[in-house]
Design a protein around this ligand. Structure first.
Ligand code: DC
Length: 232
């Protein structure tokens, strides 16, 4: 690994719908630091592959897309609930990458080692020397193993499904709770059993179980931890 300075990286990992994105956004706002949601990269590659009609079972073709795609995360330019603008080859795909067809296919794309390799340096470079909240699955274990703070957010699958279901209803998606629950279980399974960079807490991560906690409480806990570390 090229030498990177990740001392002020806050690695925020955990399973789908554990509240990482909401917590990260509030934390970044509160502390006035950057936010980098790495799931956006895997989602953008998936969207591009779907748009181009690439066979998602063909790792080589999907990896080519990952290498060529120009994905940029910028400060939110529109106040519509987004935490950043996601640009794919210059197009704003912030909401497209959250659609159900991307949701249903992104785990497969993220499981390909060649895709992960293609996206690794982009993530490391973005974090280099920055005070940044990085949201993902393998930030503390693979992307930034020297991150100054590592947090692993978790919640029961039922609680996560309930949150995801409510989010979808708010966005006008017509899905039933049981389907959301089944899909989350499926994603958990794929994300945690894949051979490359599976979802798991780093040994030195602080685990926070978010059932029954509200966002402010979680953000407050993390902020306290980070401030203590940064004061050292
Ligand atoms: O956090 P999210 O739902 O946007 O993540 C989308 C997918 O990408 C999910 O299946 C896990 C995967 N992912 C990953 O493998 N590694 C990351 N650092 C971030 C996301």
């Amino acid at each position: 690994m090229a030498k990177h300075d990740h001392r002020r990286v806050i690695a925020l990992d955990g399973p789908a719908a554990a509240g990482k994105t909401t917590v990260a956004r509030e934390l970044a706002d509160l502390m006035g630091i950057l936010l980098f949601d790495t799931g956006s990269l895997y989602r953008s590659v998936t969207l591009k592959a779907l748009r181009k009609g690439v066979d998602l079972d063909d790792e080589k073709e999907v990896a080519k897309i990952a290498r060529k795609a120009k994905i940029k995360l910028k400060k939110a330019s529109i106040d519509d609930g987004r935490s950043a603008d996601v640009l794919l080859d210059g197009d704003d795909v912030t909401w497209e990458i959250r659609q159900p067809d991307v949701d249903a296919n992104v785990s497969k794309v993220a499981a390909y080692p060649t895709v992960r390799e293609a996206l690794l340096e982009v993530q490391r470079d973005n974090a280099d020397g920055n005070a940044v909240v990085m949201v993902g699955r393998d930030i503390g274990t693979v992307v930034a193993p020297e991150a100054g703070t590592k947090i692993y957010l978790d919640a029961t699958v039922e609680e996560r499904a309930r949150r995801r279901y409510q989010d979808m209803r708010r966005q006008g998606e017509d899905m039933d709770y049981v389907t959301v629950l089944d899909e989350l279980r499926e994603r958990d399974f794929k994300d945690s059993t894949r051979a490359t960079a599976p979802l798991r807490a780093a040994d030195d991560a602080i685990r926070i179980k978010t059932d029954g906690l509200d966002v402010e409480e979680i953000v407050g806990m993390i902020e306290k931890i980070v401030r203590e570390r940064w004061a050292e």
